[in-house]
Design a protein. Structure first.
Length: 288
């Protein structure tokens, strides 16, 4: 078994917004990078506390309403896109394939990476950045599987962004795993099928997981996420019969919202479908 990778956790500070409106217009989680993106005066203007209830009825349109939040949202996403492009250039310069792994909680992202870690001798060295609101449990699981992993704790944040990924890369390098030593970087995003769809992290490919127990209609309920996918992976195939999974319905729903995405079925437990996953992820051929 491979030696246990060094434990690394990055605490991501949250940008403080005044109560009771602590949610951003993009994804309702508060923007950790807003302070770096906008001047303090602009933030004060755009995030001024709401007026007392007695004054609201007499006031002009709410300064925190959609008309004011939309420009802030656009600026934040534009700032994130610039940082994502810097990450992308960093990946390309290092010759590493970066993949953004997305799903709802419990769909099997960490279990999949544990299984892929066993195939490093065949497909080349890899590492992971792991997003969670709290704890480093998943990063520890991957480290025990022999995968260098950095935990990115987002606090109340419901997604990773490009700046968090950049800090995670710095932490990987500081822990003795520079990008230049890797062929693959897996970015395990926070379990959420809404907000992460809007945030480019600099990845070359998006891989969205759908577990057989989640329901065949999940792609129809969360179309933006599945539409953004390059690859949709149906996971926990070994449980399909037990949960009455309707394969044809699930594939039809994926095709309806994400007609250009490649689709495959895997089981991290048995290893079924993993060879096809490597192929669809568009990376290098096996080392051996």
């Amino acid at each position: 078994m491979a030696a246990e990778a060094p434990e690394t956790t990055v605490e991501v500070p949250l940008f403080p917004l005044p109560e009771p409106r602590t949610m951003c217009g993009t994804c309702a989680c508060g923007e950790p990078e807003a302070g770096a993106a906008l001047a303090a005066a602009e933030l004060e203007e755009l995030h001024e506390p709401p007026a007392p209830l007695a004054a609201v009825a007499l006031a002009a349109p709410d300064p925190l309403g959609p008309g004011r939040l939309l420009p802030l949202e656009q600026r934040l996403l534009r700032h994130n896109d610039l940082l994502a492009e810097a990450n992308r250039r960093r990946f390309e310069a290092a010759g590493v394939r970066a993949l953004n792994l997305l799903s709802s909680p419990g769909s099997g992202k960490t279990a999949l990476l544990e299984r892929l870690a066993q195939q490093q001798a065949q497909y080349g060295p890899m590492a992971a950045l792991v997003g969670d609101l709290a704890t480093d449990l998943d990063a520890k699981r991957l480290q025990q599987a022999g995968l260098p992993a950095v935990q990115l704790n987002t606090g109340q944040g419901c997604h990773l962004d490009a700046a968090m990924v950049a800090r995670g890369l710095d932490s990987l390098d500081a822990s003795g795993t520079p990008l230049e030593q890797l062929r693959w970087l897996w970015i395990e995003n926070v379990g959420n099928l809404v907000c992460p769809a809007a945030y480019d992290l600099g990845e070359q490919q998006r891989v969205v997981l759908l577990a057989v127990g989640e329901g065949e209609d999940k792609p129809l309920k969360y179309p933006a996420m599945f539409r953004s996918a390059d690859v949709v992976v149906i996971t926990k195939l070994d449980l399909a019969e037990a949960v009455g999974f309707d394969r044809a319905a699930a594939r039809a729903n994926i095709a309806r919202v994400a007609p250009n995405a490649a689709v495959l079925e895997i089981s991290a437990r048995s290893g079924a479908g993993l060879e096809a996953l490597w192929e669809l992820c568009g990376g290098p051929q096996p080392v051996g």
